[in-house]
Design a binder for this molecule. Structure first.
Ligand code: FES
Ligand code: FE2
Length: 421
């Protein structure tokens, strides 16, 4: 029994997959040619409206961390998708999410971004709701309402669950359970003990491009040696990347190290995985498998969660649209709990180094929207290496409902047989 919380069978398969990718001369036989992704999906207001109406209201999204609401009555507002929501820990210790729109005249029930409350009390006419179930408890001058049915006027509850220490919400009242949606990701991420990690830094950006343009830059490494050029030096061998297409638009990307990096790490070969001592001296999470030390390993959780993993702790990046051509990128760095006092100083440098890489991506992304809006550009021909992007685009259509999308803006559903069971 290994001390690493990752199935060795999966590791063996990933190695075999990377060997295959490095060796092949072309995509696998019969792998489909992707039809161009219509550029209208990034630039057309109608498509953007469809996403607003049917995608963001119908997806599991990280709203915060469990430790943001440690005690009963602790709450914070979540407003990233334009729907005012409140996340609150109840008297029964359960974390729930409610609409933050008062059932009376539509005022925000709670206005402070975070705090501690006993009831949810609207400041306009003081209607008061319970934190455990959103029940409408009190209405001033209730005698003046004819037949007001208080039972029918509670605050709508939003689907809410936790995994990995994150609080996830889904505005769709009929959403399938979070754990069904996540599939095998929780098991594969167990080795990081995410629920014990602690926020060590944030970096919030706004880029001038559609949210899909932004998140797609983190789902392939085809651009890596160009946008992140280090004078010919590169840490990855993008040709060996294995792209695991998972259910519901989720995916995994594992990329072997370059020859230069293999030498630097004093590995015998790219698959000579071992525990690497962090160059900045940060402590490793002890249950993380050596494959993570010696590859680039990341997950996408549909639609907007990217995590480039590392053995010492890692960032989670969340992408939210702030308009058709504007994206908020929220970066949260999680570290091993450092106990009392300040976090290890090396984290400052780690976060700065990551920010430097993001600067390069942002430099590229900021210029893309204008270029994509050109009448000379009508679609994106994706290659086999970029298949996670196609997978995400397919699932966007399924979540919106293919029948609701104008035919010339849809993508063909092609990858079903390539999804890992
Ligand atoms: S709008 Fe909330 S009590 Fe009137
Ligand atoms: Fe990049």
């Amino acid at each position: 029994m290994s001390e690493f919380l990752l199935d060795q069978k999966l590791v063996d398969r990933l190695v075999a997959d990377m060997e295959y990718e490095l060796d092949r001369k072309a995509p696998p036989e019969n792998f489909p040619q992707f039809p161009d992704i219509p550029s209208a999906r990034y630039t057309n207001e109608d498509f953007y409206e469809l996403e607003q109406k049917y995608l963001w209201n119908n997806s599991w999204l990280v709203a915060g961390r469990v430790e943001d609401v440690p005690d009963s009555g602790d709450y914070f507002l979540f407003e990233e998708i334009g729907i005012p929501l409140i996340v609150v820990r109840g008297n029964d210790n359960k974390i729930r999410c409610f609409s933050n729109t008062c059932r009376h005249r539509g005022a925000p029930v709670v206005r402070e971004k975070e705090g501690t409350i006993r009831h949810l009390q609207c400041q306009y006419h003081s209607w008061t709701y319970g934190i455990d179930n959103g029940e409408l408890l009190a209405v001033p001058d209730e005698r003046d309402f004819v037949d007001l049915c208080k039972e029918d006027r509670g605050l709508p509850e939003i689907s809410c669950d936790t995994w990995g220490g994150w609080i996830w919400i889904n505005v769709n009242p009929n959403a399938s359970p979070l754990m069904d949606f996540l599939g095998k990701i929780p098991e594969e991420m167990e080795q990081y003990q995410c629920e014990n990690l602690r926020l060590v830094g944030t970096d919030h950006r706004e880029v001038n491009c559609n949210w899909k343009v932004a998140i797609e830059a983190f789902q392939e490494v085809y651009h890596f040696r160009f946008i992140h050029d280090r004078g010919g030096w590169t840490s990855l061998d993008s040709r060996g990347g294995t792209m695991g297409l998972l259910k519901h638009g989720n995916s995994r990307m594992v990329v072997p190290r370059s020859k230069q990096m293999v030498e630097k790490l004093e590995m015998e070969s790219w698959k000579d995985f071992k525990i690497v001592k962090d160059p900045l001296g940060l402590e490793n999470i002890p249950t993380v498998h050596p494959i993570v030390h010696c590859t680039s390993y990341s997950f996408t959780i549909f639609p907007n969660f990217i995590t480039p993993l590392a053995a010492t702790g890692f960032p989670v990046m969340l992408f939210f649209p702030a308009g058709i051509d504007k994206t908020k990128i929220r970066i949260y760095h999680y570290a091993l709990d450092w106990g009392d006092g300040d976090p290890p100083e090396a984290w400052e440098q780690r976060i700065a180094e990551f920010a430097g890489v993001i600067d390069e991506d942002v430099w590229n992304l900021d210029a893309m929207q204008k270029a994509m809006e050109s009448p000379t550009y009508d679609g994106t021909p994706l290659c086999y290496q970029e298949r996670r992007i196609y997978n995400m685009q397919e699932v966007i259509d399924r979540v919106i409902g293919v029948e609701k999308i104008p035919a010339d803006m849809t993508v063909a559903q092609l990858l079903d047989q390539y999804i890992e069971e």
